[in-house]
Design a protein around this ligand. Sequence first.
Ligand SMILES: [Zn+2]
Length: 534
Amino acid sequence: MTKTPFWTSARLVILFSIFVTAVGNTAMYEKLFAWQSESGSEFFYVVTLIPFQVLLLTWIVSFLTFHGAYKYVLSLLLLVTAVSSYFSDAYGVVIDRGMLINTMQTNTAEARDLMSWQLLLYVVGIFILPTIWLFRLEVRGQTFWKRVGSHFTTGVSALVIAILVVLSMSSFYASFFREQKAIRAYSSPMATLYAGYQILRKDIFTPAPKELKRIGLDAKVPEVQDHRELVIMVVGETARADHFSLNGYARKTNPLLEKQAVVSFTDVDSCGTSTAHSVPCMFSIKTRQQFSISEAKQENALDVLNRAGVNVIWRDNNSSSKGVADRVEYQDFRSSKANPICDPECRDVGMLSGLDKYIADHPTGDILIVLHQMGSHGPTYYQRYPKEFAIFGEGCETNQLDQCSSEQITSSYDSTILYTDYFLNETIEFLKQYDQTFETSMLYVSDHGESLGENGLYLHAMPYAIAPRSQTNVPVILWMGAQHADYDLQRVLRAKDNNFSHNNVFHTLLGLFEIESEVYQPRLDLINLGIKKH
Ligand SMILES: [Zn+2]
C-alpha cells in the first residue's frame, strides 16, 4: 500500500504564507521594529503582527488556489514576492497601484537601469528554487469539491483566528492600522496583491468613457496682438526643489540660472510621485484630489491651446508624453535618429536642435514647444550627465544604491541638477534670439521629486499620503522675455515662497497665451502674480 502524501494544496497555502512572511518582508520588519522602539509600543503586541500576516495571507491565498492550477498561482505569487521584496529592501520602494501602472509603462532602458545581481538572488531564492520544489512535490490527489471544501475551511479558520487576534488587542490593532500606513504598505506580497486588485477594479473593470471629454470649447487667442507668443515648457524629471541652489541649496547646482532673470518657486506640490501620474495631471484641469489616471480621458491644456490656434509640438527624451500629446505633434528624441547629442545616452539639450526650423516653418500663430526631459531619472544618476558635470566629488557609479554612501549618491544626483541648470540656461539663451520678434517665455516644472536614502528610502512613487516631502516638493522656474511689458519680475519674486501646486500649470499655460475661455481661472495663473494692475 502506498503512503498518502502529507501535502495537500491547503497545507501548501499555509506553508506559502509562513515562507513569504519569513523571507519576503525584511523592509517591513525593519520599519516595524524601528517604530516599536521609537514609539515604545508593547513589544509583544508588535510581534503578533507577524502571525497575523500569516493568517491574512492564508485566508486570501486559500481562495485564490482552490482549483487544479494552484501550483501556478503559488508560483506566480512567489515571483511577485521576490520582485517586490527586492525593491522594498534595496530602495525602500513600495509597490502600490501607481507604482504598478508606472512599471507597466516603463521602457526597457529604464528596466535595464534597475536590473542587478542582487535582484537575481531574490528571484532564485524566493521564486525559482521554491517553485522547482513545489512542482516536484507529490501532493495528495483530491477531487475538485474536496479541495474547495478544504480551502474554504482553511481560509475561514485563518480569518476567524485573525479576527480573534484583533479583538483581543483591539486598541493596539485599531491604532496601528489607522496610523502606520507606511509600515503596512511594505507587507509583501499583500501590498502588491491589493494594488493588483485595485488595478482590476479601477482600471480594467471600470469601463473607460468611450468619448474623450472635451473642455474649453470657447477658448480663443486675443484677436489683436502686438507680438506672437513663443513659449517653451520644460517638463522636468525627478528633480527635487531643495537641491536647487536657486532655492537655497548649499551646493552651487544652478550657477547659470542664477544669472538669469528667473523666478524659482520654492513651495510647489506635485500632483503625484510618479511620472505616469504627475505628467498627465499637471496638464489636466483637475486638481490632485480630483485627478485619477484611469479617468484621465479628458482633454488637457495642450488640446485647448491647439484648438485656440496655437502651434503645439512635444519633444520627448523621457519615456513618452503619458498620453498628454496624443492629439498634437510628437517627436521622439530618445535615439540618435532625431537627437544629435547622444554619447550614447541622448542628452536633453539635443531637443533644442532643429527648433529654428520648426519656428521658421510656422510663420503664423503662437507657438508652444514642450520638452520632456530625462533629467534626474534614477537610480543610474551617473549616466544622466556628461563627465564634465561630475564636479561634486566621488559619485555613485552603480544602480545598487545601497552599495554607495549617501554622499556619493547625492554627488551624482546633484550633477544631474547641474546638467538641468545647463539645459534650462541653453533653452533661455535660445529664446533670447527671438526676443525682438516674439513674446518669449520659459516655464520649467518637474514631475515629482526623489528620495536619496533618507530613512532608507530611495527613488520615488511612494503612495502620496505617506510620501516624504522630498518626493512631492518640485522645482518650478519661470523666465519671461523682454516683450512682456506688463510683467513685473519683482512682484512675482515676492510671491515665490507661496504655496502652489501642479494645478497652477494648466492655468499658467493658458495665461501665457492670453487665452480667453470659461475654463481659465486667472487666480491660478502664476503669470498673473506679476501683471501690473492698471
Ligand atoms: Zn518622473
